[in-house]
Design a protein. Structure first.
Length: 317
């Protein structure tokens, strides 16, 4: 269990590091926010234009992973996990939660000019749909309107702490993100992290080699090859072309470029924060990858101390 917990800690710490600069899409504004700062991770003052939460907390991307992690710990048997996960999603993100309170404020904001970030967490489109589908007792509950990495974030603890069986993992992904793109790219991320965890020197390249005849991964492989050809290009400039938004495949491609062009956890996360946009979601994949590849000690200890959910995770290491 310990290795999986460390990988999840890698994702959690990375998300928290990027969170104060989450969703800054204007490169000029981002430059002014980080100018002259020695440390741009865990920025004390929130600079996200959309929402503001205490530094050290995580975005909704990693938070769905926290819900899964807690569900795994508290479920008495494996067969209860998915059922309990759905209940916990409604409890954590649904009516009465801080996420839902912020959503009500957001609806008011739509009627006026957006002047400042919301005070409170930001609920994702996938979660809004998932809650609705859980209440409607649908068999597959995930959202279908967006191709964001919520499914991967939910499946990360499950994959490394419960089961790597594809059928089960796909089910977890589609519990919160019900589309082929969500599933395929979510699974590709998990397989690459897994290869890093088994001591593979070049996990991304190994993933291509293993799956080159697998039609299921045809699109991710084609896109990874494209990124490998662009390895030496400047990351910040390239992310503008590959995609700095939340949706796959762009999100996956930009994160993969950070992975192949970085030598360690810290440099990859700092680079990703500087590239802007939906950097917190990309950091979940990158942070988990480097924790798997280089080990727990590659995560800066000062960063772990600053990460609020890390306190709970560390109990299980």
């Amino acid at each position: 269990m310990h290795e999986g917990v460390k990988i999840f800690l890698g994702a959690t710490t990375a998300d928290a590091a990027a969170r104060p600069l989450h969703w800054v899409y204007d490169p000029k504004k981002l430059k002014t926010y980080i100018k002259g700062k020695k440390e741009i991770a865990f920025l004390k003052q929130n600079k996200s234009p959309f929402y503001s939460i205490k530094t050290g907390n995580v975005s909704g991307y990693n938070d769905v992973g926290q819900v899964m992690f807690q569900t795994i710990i508290t479920s008495k048997k494996k067969s209860d996990i998915l059922k309990n996960f759905k209940k916990n999603i409604v409890r954590h993100f649904g009516p009465g939660s801080n996420y839902y309170k912020s959503l009500k404020k957001r609806k008011k904001y739509k009627k006026i000019k957006w002047k400042k970030p919301l005070n409170g967490p930001w609920i994702h489109q996938n979660f809004i749909e998932t809650i609705k589908n859980i209440k409607a007792k649908k068999s597959i509950t995930g959202g279908t309107k967006v191709n964001e990495s919520d499914g991967f974030c939910a499946a990360l603890p499950y994959y490394f702490l419960v089961s790597k069986k594809e059928k089960e993992v796909k089910k977890v992904i589609r519990t919160v993100a019900n589309s082929k793109i969500n599933e395929v790219y979510g699974l590709a991320r998990l397989k690459i992290i897994d290869l890093a965890n088994t001591g593979e020197k070049y996990p991304v390249q190994k993933f291509i080699k293993i799956n080159k005849k697998n039609r299921y991964f045809k699109e991710p492989i084609m896109n990874i090859k494209k990124v490998l050809r662009l390895k030496k290009q400047n990351h910040i400039t390239l992310v503008r072309k590959l995609g700095k938004a939340c949706s796959d495949p762009g999100n996956f491609l930009s994160a993969t470029h950070s992975i192949i062009s970085s030598s360690n956890y810290k440099s990859a996360i700092v680079k990703t924060i500087k590239a802007g946009g939906c950097n917190a979601s990309r950091c979940n994949y990158i942070g988990a990858y480097f924790a798997a590849l280089k080990g727990f000690k590659n995560i800066p200890s000062q960063w772990i101390k600053k990460t609020i959910p890390a306190k709970n995770i560390l109990k299980y290491i």
